[in-house]
Design a protein around this ligand. Structure first.
Ligand code: SAM
Ligand code: DTB
Ligand code: SF4
Length: 320
């Protein structure tokens, strides 16, 4: 029987107390909640594709795609619809059930959105779940995407409200929340999480999870990214997060958002199998799968399947 209520009224002191628990107590609590809500041996796999790369006007200081930083990322225009569908079909063959298409935009232009909608329709026709991440959306745009049958929209809050403006100055935390509200109001599932390892404090990590858990409805998917440090970005060379603190962040996310998919997202290429296994125990039940994220690398499919086999994990069946 489920004993964990869904809460939207977390206070930062309570969240800090969770982070401060002895590691074993925290992991045990998170794992029990995980088991109440999910098969602990199932992990959902999503594949990412960058459908429009680089030259983004925003100044997100972690991002290799910002036009402001010299990172060597080659800019590429919006992909052709057929190419995207072909790539989705390859990802499906490899076992992915969700296909996430990302574009380096501040927000999409209406003409571009029409082309992206054709991609959504084509990917859905393959029987896969669809997800987009295109930047900020206006109400009318979310309604168009909802009509097209989009399953998920990813828009990360990235960090706590307090830490946010140390990382990004070209748009505000509240604008992120507005987009999430528009997406939720249009009946599209929200995928929203953030990044750790950007020099934030543990309280900031808690603040980020609190902002997500205190949304009117918990996001269906919560990606927790470990910063991938890219040369040329302002955050390159910053002190890395301790691996056990990363695991703690996953555990606290699971406790606060018991029914959400918690995704162990960017940064797995630099994580040992043992740390990833701890994340799965702590409640992570989704990964990005395939050798590339958007512009940086991710473990290749064979490596991930070998890890799943060692752990007795099976890919989570698609919902439709
Ligand atoms: N431009 C859109 C936006 O910002 O919403 C969509 C694409 S953007 C690349 C999607 C997310 O990727 C960001 O919100 C951020 O959380 C994550 N991300 C970008 N660069 C990253 C990095 N170097 N390490 C970890 N996560 C990163
Ligand atoms: C998310 O939370 N992480 C993904 C996805 N949503 C779009 C992106 C990670 C990007 C890592 C850096 C890169 O490959 O460019
Ligand atoms: Fe642009 Fe998104 Fe990268 Fe920010 S995270 S610079 S908005 S692509």
């Amino acid at each position: 029987m489920k004993s964990t209520p869904i809460r939207n009224d977390w206070k930062i002191e309570e969240v800090e107390k969770l982070f401060a628990l002895p590691f074993n107590d925290l992991l045990f609590k998170a794992h029990c909640i995980h088991r109440e809500n999910f098969n602990p041996n199932h992990v959902q796999i999503s594949t990412l594709l960058s459908i429009k790369t680089g030259a983004c006007p925003e100044d997100c200081s972690y991002c290799p795609q910002s036009v402001r930083y010299d990172t060597g990322v080659e800019k590429e225009p919006l992909m052709a619809v057929d190419t995207v569908i072909e790539q989705a079909s390859n990802a499906k063959e490899q076992g992915a059930t969700r296909f996430c298409m990302g574009a380096a935009w501040r927000s999409p232009k209406d003409k571009d959105l029409d082309q992206v909608i054709k991609m959504v329709q084509g990917v859905k026709a393959l029987g896969m779940e669809t997800c987009l991440t295109l930047g900020m959306l206006k109400k009318e745009q979310t309604e168009k995407l909802s009509d097209a049958g989009l399953d998920y929209y990813n828009h990360n809050i990235d960090s706590s409200e307090e830490f946010y403006d140390k990382i990004i100055t070209t748009r505000k935390f509240d604008q992120r929340i507005d987009t999430l509200k528009n997406v939720q109001d249009a009946g599209i599932n929200v995928c929203s999480g953030g990044i750790v390892g950007m020099g934030e404090s543990q309280r900031d990590r808690g603040g980020m999870l609190m902002a997500l858990a205190n949304l009117e409805k918990h996001p269906g998917s919560v990606p927790i990214n470990s910063l991938v440090q890219v040369k040329g970005t302002p955050l390159h060379g910053i002190e890395k997060i301790d691996a056990l603190d990363f695991v703690r962040t996953i555990a606290v996310a699971r406790i606060m958002m018991p029914e959400s998919m918690v995704r162990l997202s960017a940064g797995r290429n630099e994580m040992s199998e043992a740390v990833q296994a701890m994340c799965f125990f702590a409640g992570a039940n989704s990964i990005f799968y395939g050798e590339k994220l958007l512009t940086t690398s991710n473990p290749d499919e064979n490596k991930d399947m070998a890890l799943f086999k060692k752990l007795g994990i099976e890919p989570m069946p698609a919902r439709h």
